[in-house]
Design a protein around this ligand. Structure first.
Ligand SMILES: N[C@@H](CCC(=O)N[C@@H](CS)C(=O)NCC(=O)O)C(=O)O
Length: 219
C-alpha cells in the first residue's frame, strides 16, 4: 500500500480525525505540516482551494473534506470497519457526521474554540467574550442533541466505534479546557463519559496536539 500523507497542523480537530482514523485502521502515515499563515498560499492553496486543513495525499490522489477522507480510508484500508452494516446505524453515523460539520463546527467550535484556544495560543490575541457568549445558545442545542443521540449507548451510532465518533470527539476535546465546557456538559454526563472512552483509545492518545506537534517538528 502506498504512503498516506496528511497535510495538516497540530491541534486541528479535523486533522486529528484523519490521523486517528489511520491509527484505528492500523495504517502508517506521514504528517506534512502546513505552517500557520500559509494555508492560502502556494503550495497549499493548490491542494485545497478553500485554504483549509486537512488534505490527504495517497498515491498522487489528493482529497480534502474530512468526511470524504474518513470514508475513503475506511474503504481502502483493511482493519476494523468503521462504518456500520446495519442501515439505521449507518444513517445515524451519517447524521451525526453532518451535525458535526453543520452545527458543532460552524458556529460553535469555530467561534468558541477559535476565540478560547486558537487566538490566544497561535495569534497572541485575547478572546472576544461577546462572540463566545453569542455562540453559547447554539452550543447548548448541539451538546444536548449529541447527548440525546448518544443516549445510553457506548458510541454515537452503534455499540462500537464508527467514523461519527472519530469525527466528533476531536471537536469536543478541543473545548474541554475552556470555561464553557462545564456548563455545556452539565446536563450531558453521557457525553463526558463517551469522550473519556474516546480519549483512552490508542488512536486518540497518538494524535493529541502535543503528539502531533512532535511529529510536525520531526517532519
Ligand atoms: N469542511 C472541512 C473543514 C476543515 C476546516 O475548517 N479546518 C480548519 C482547521 S480544523 C481550518 O482549516 N480552518 C482554517 C480557516 O478557517 O481559515 C473539512 O471537513 O475538512
Amino acid at each position: 500500500m502506498s504512503e498516506f500523507i496528511v497535510h495538516s497542523v497540530p491541534g486541528s480537530p479535523y486533522g486529528r480525525a484523519v490521523l486517528a482514523t489511520l491509527v484505528e485502521k492500523g495504517a502508517s502515515y506521514r504528517l506534512s505540516p502546513v505552517a500557520f499563515g500559509t494555508w492560502r498560499c502556494e503550495p497549499h492553496i493548490s491542494r485545497h482551494p478553500f485554504g483549509r486543513v486537512p488534505v490527504l495525499e495517497h498515491d498522487g490522489f489528493m482529497l480534502y473534506e474530512s468526511q470524504a477522507i474518513l470514508r475513503y480510508l475506511d474503504r481502502v484500508l483493511p482493519g476494523p470497519a468503521l462504518t456500520p452494516i446495519d442501515p439505521k446505524a449507518a444513517a445515524r453515523m451519517d447524521q451525526v457526521m453532518n451535525v458535526c460539520d453543520w452545527y458543532l463546527f460552524q458556529g460553535v467550535n469555530n467561534v468558541i474554540g477559535f476565540h478560547r484556544i486558537v487566538r490566544p495560543r497561535l495569534m497572541g490575541l485575547a478572546p472576544d467574550e461577546a462572540a463566545i457568549a453569542e455562540a453559547m445558545p447554539k452550543a447548548h442545542v448541539v451538546f444536548n442533541e449529541l447527548s440525546r443521540l448518544l443516549g445510553s449507548k457506548n458510541y454515537l451510532a452503534e455499540e462500537r466505534v464508527t467514523l461519527a465518533d472519530i469525527l466528533v470527539a476531536p471537536q469536543l476535546d478541543f473545548l474541554v479546557e475552556t470555561p464553557e465546557w462545564k456548563p455545556l456538559t452539565a446536563a450531558s454526563p453521557n457525553l463526558v463519559s463517551w469522550l473519556h472512552r474516546m480519549n483512552a483509545r490508542a488512536s486518540f492518545k497518538a494524535t493529541t496536539w502535543e503528539r502531533v506537534a512532535e511529529l510536525a517538528k520531526a517532519a
